[in-house]
Design a protein around this ligand. Structure first.
Ligand SMILES: NC(=O)c1ccc[n+]([C@@H]2O[C@H](COP(=O)([O-])OP(=O)(O)OC[C@H]3O[C@@H](n4cnc5c(N)ncnc54)[C@H](O)[C@@H]3O)[C@@H](O)[C@H]2O)c1
Ligand SMILES: O=C(O)C(=O)CC1(C(=O)O)C=CC(O)C=C1
Length: 743
């Protein structure tokens, strides 16, 4: 964050109300040398303490001379005192002085300004730092209070734009992250996030303090009581003012809360363990999720964004590893267990950021999902049509798999629902999945050209067939979920695979594990007459691409001996194993485990000298994600390897491959790329700097390239790697490799 230069400082700043927040702002500015600080408070003691502790430079009276020379005036009194303060300074104020405040409520402050000035003056722009403490008074001033905290500003259309810009720099210069918000929205959001918790803490402490049990309650109170009631030590004047000023919004959230509290009371009276469990598991996960976000923020996202990785040259890979499950299987398994009858136990899931969105979506629709340990969930299924309407739109974030899982399932419920998303997902056209949802009879309304956000209104329609649109595995999966619902309505259902080039059958295998057997013949999948998913107890095999990367490393690094426990056995997903074996890799099966939903093998991989290999267009499509790893294998193989049909790959796979070829050329590997083929000559790459641009598979391929180059290869922009392969450091270290990570 760049601080304003001394010449761009804020000049004379007056704080009216030199308590904890006013003092913190003053000290933050003063410590950074950004302003001359003046203070005014109705309590003389706060002012003299402010001077003696160096929080302000001067204490002043609110006289015309003093007010006229101020560049910024900050109101930091309790909110109901602000009207009186505004009325006092109004006749003395210059139009060029920025007046702002820190009050916890905003419409009341705006109403006060209107009453004093007749309208809100252009130079009065309200604000609210979302940071604080239960302490009050200037002695509690903390100059770092606003670092990495949001500051909400609520400008009006009439606000002076250059003063608004100044207000942004003002907060940014002391560490705040400024966001603008509509006034009413501010008051409603803060009523929920700040005002209601204070009301509960005060009321709980008061009620216990007046009960007959009070002595023992306080004597035996421990962490839970302390955590919940810290904020009941906050300043009573400030909070009385907040509830008087934000009455309407507080009543809205309080009424909703009291309804929920009544439901909890009934759950306790009737020993309704399912309801209690539902609330507790949902609340725990929501809070855990929230804390993770805060921690990520504290760790500094920009740092992760710019992380670069270097693999130590010629280190061998030694040891045994059991990798977390496949991401795409994890999403599907979470969905099927939620829709099954009974309680399922799912192990070795990859509950990374994306699958967590799928978990959250089902929780939002009433499914109880317990997190038992790393990668393990116990899911209390509600049946195919047993979901409940969520109270707000479902947010699928940037997870396309979550979206493609949910769309057909929502079309099969008896309530309408909206789906919203973020990032790149907002640009995804959805033209391969919306026809499936429509063929289920649902009405789909989208505000943009067939992308998110969408609103789905289910309707019953007798329809026998679903057609898979497009070539991706996700589109096929959506059609299979749709068929589960249509089979029940129409007595049977077929899925016409159309031109689907995805031969992957992991959704069918998983459905079979949940008791739904799908028959395949002549490009058609036929579903049973009625579908009821049954709960299961299953462990997922390891993620395919992560496994493939470790097998590649062990194959190219002399001295390696790697055992991998749970390698998926499925011809439609593990073509990379056949290619590597063809090239002469030493990959032996130690044992085969017949497990649901997919079989898996324990394998051992050792270094061997690889020879050039050929991959035809069909096989290239089969190994499309691992293709970049196989191209790295080709670099370390004797002779010229060739891959055909690269122009028939899905767009992002072709793009990734082309980026890798650019990298190979950059580090001196001889290769030729045409419209539909690539040829790679075996050799030793040079060292250098490569950029993965956040693509985790490209990063993994580039890192492997640097494992046997003549000098170190540093791979930049590895944020995608750490997002998708969050166990990267743990796994490589456990196999004896200390990659160096740098900013
Ligand atoms: N405490 C928090 O965590 C927090 C966080 C964000 C915003 N706020 C807001 O900041 C403001 C100040 O809160 P605080 O926690 O610093 O309280 P505080 O009690 O520490 O400070 C308030 C100061 O205002 C002075 N004051 C009261 N009436 C006055 C008047 N008419 N003229 C001049 N001075 C007067 C008091 O003497 C006191 O020194 C409030 O509006 C509050 O809603 C508080
Ligand atoms: O951390 C605390 O003690 C606070 O009460 C801070 C808190 C909050 O509720 O989050 C209090 C009031 C505000 O207006 C903003 C922040």
């Amino acid at each position: 964050m760049s601080l304003p230069q001394a010449s761009q400082g804020f000049g004379n700043v007056l704080i009216i109300g030199l308590g904890m927040i006013g003092g913190s702002v003053a000290k933050a500015l003063k410590d950074r040398g950004l302003a001359t600080l003046y203070g005014y408070d109705r309590r003389e003691t706060e002012l003299s303490l402010g001077i003696s502790t160096g929080v302000i430079d001067y204490s002043i009276e609110l006289t015309p001379d003093a007010i006229a020379k101020m560049d910024i005036i900050l109101l930091a009194t309790p909110v109901r005192a602000m009207e009186h303060v505004l009325a006092t300074i109004a006749p003395m104020l210059r139009e060029t002085t920025l007046v702002t405040d820190v009050g916890s409520t905003k419409s009341s402050v705006i109403e006060s300004a209107k009453r004093v000035f007749g309208c809100v003056p252009a130079n009065f722009i309200p604000g609210h730092p979302i940071a604080g403490a239960e302490k009050s008074g200037v002695l509690a001033a903390n100059p770092n209070l606003f670092e990495n905290h949001k500051v909400i500003v609520t400008p009006l259309v009439t606000s002076d734009l250059s003063l608004l810009d100044r207000l942004h720099s003002f907060w940014a210069s002391i560490g705040g992250e400024v966001v603008s918000m509509d006034v009413d929205h501010h008051d409603l959001v803060l009523a929920g996030s700040s005002h209601l918790p204070h009301l509960l803490a005060y009321t709980l402490v008061d009620s216990l303090a007046n009960s007959e049990l009070r002595q023992d309650v306080f004597r035996f109170a421990a962490g839970g009581f302390r955590d919940f009631t810290r904020i009941a030590s906050s300043d009573p004047v400030m909070w009385r003012d907040v509830f008087l000023a934000n009455k309407d919004a507080t009543l809205v959230v309080l009424n909703e809360f009291m309804e929920k509290l009544d439901q909890m009371k009934v759950a306790i009276e009737t020993s309704d363990s399912a309801s209690m469990f539902g609330v507790f598991t949902r609340a725990k996960s929501a809070r855990d999720h929230f804390l993770r976000l805060l921690e990520e923020k504290a760790a500094g996202n920009e740092k992760i964004q710019s992380l670069s990785v270097t693999f130590p040259l010629m280190s061998s890979i030694k040891g045994s590893v059991s990798l977390p499950g496949d991401q795409s299987l994890s999403h599907r398994a979470i969905a099927m267990a939620s829709l099954a009858e009974g309680i399922s136990l799912l192990s070795n899931l990859d509950i990374g950021s994306n699958a967590r969105l799928t978990v959250q979506a089902f929780r939002d629709m009433g499914v109880v999902i317990e997190e038992l340990g790393e990668g393990q969930l116990r899911i209390h299924g509600v049946g195919l049509r047993g979901l409940k309407a969520p109270i707000a739109p479902i947010n699928v974030g940037n997870s396309s798999t979550t979206l493609y899982v949910l769309l057909p399932i929502l079309a099969g419920q008896n309530f309408s629902v909206s789906l919203v998303g973020e990032g790149d997902l907002l640009d995804l056209p959805l033209n391969d999945v919306l026809p499936v949802v429509e063929s289920m009879g649902a009405e789909v309304a989208s505000s943009s050209t067939s992308g998110l956000p969408v609103h789905i209104k289910p309707n019953k329609r007798e329809k026998l067939n679903v057609v898979v649109h497009g070539s991706y595995a996700q589109a096929k999966m959506s059609a299979l979920f749709a068929a589960c619902y249509l089979a029940n309505e129409s007595g049977s259902c077929s899925v016409d695979l159309g031109k689907a080039s995805s031969k992957r059958n992991h959704t069918e295998n998983l459905l079979l594990a949940f008791g739904c057997s799908v028959q395949e013949s002549a490009n058609m999948l036929t579903f049973p007459d009625s579908v009821n998913l049954q709960s299961v107890d299953i462990a997922l095999p390891a993620d395919v691409t992560k496994t493939a990367w470790l097998i590649l490393l062990a194959s190219i690094l002399p001295g390696s001996r790697l055992e991998v426990d749970n390698v998926l056995v499925n011809d439609t997903r593990t073509g990379y194993l056949s290619v590597l074996r063809r090239a002469g890799a030493s990959i032996e099966t130690l044992s085969l485990m017949a497990i649901v939903p997919e079989n898996s093998e324990k394998i051992v991989v050792q270094f061997s000298t690889l020879s050039a290999f050929y991959i035809d267009a069909d096989e290239a499509l089969l190994v499309r994600e691992e293709l970049v790893f196989l191209c790295v294998a080709a670099v370390f193989a004797k002779g010229k390897s060739r891959v055909n049909g690269i122009n028939k790959l899905p767009f992002e796979c072709e793009e990734r491959l082309r980026s890798l070829i650019d990298s190979l050329i950059k580090v001196g590997v001889t290769c030729v790329i045409g419209n539909d083929y690539v040829e790679i000559e075996g050799g030793v790459p040079n060292g250098g700097d490569l950029d993965s641009a956040g693509d985790y598979l490209l990063a993994m391929a580039q890192i492997a390239l640097g494992a046997r180059s003549s000098a170190a290869i540093k791979v930049h922009d590895c944020f995608g790697l750490f997002k998708e392969f969050h166990e990267f450091e743990r796994v490589t270290e456990s196999l004896g490799v200390q990659c160096s990570l740098m900013q």
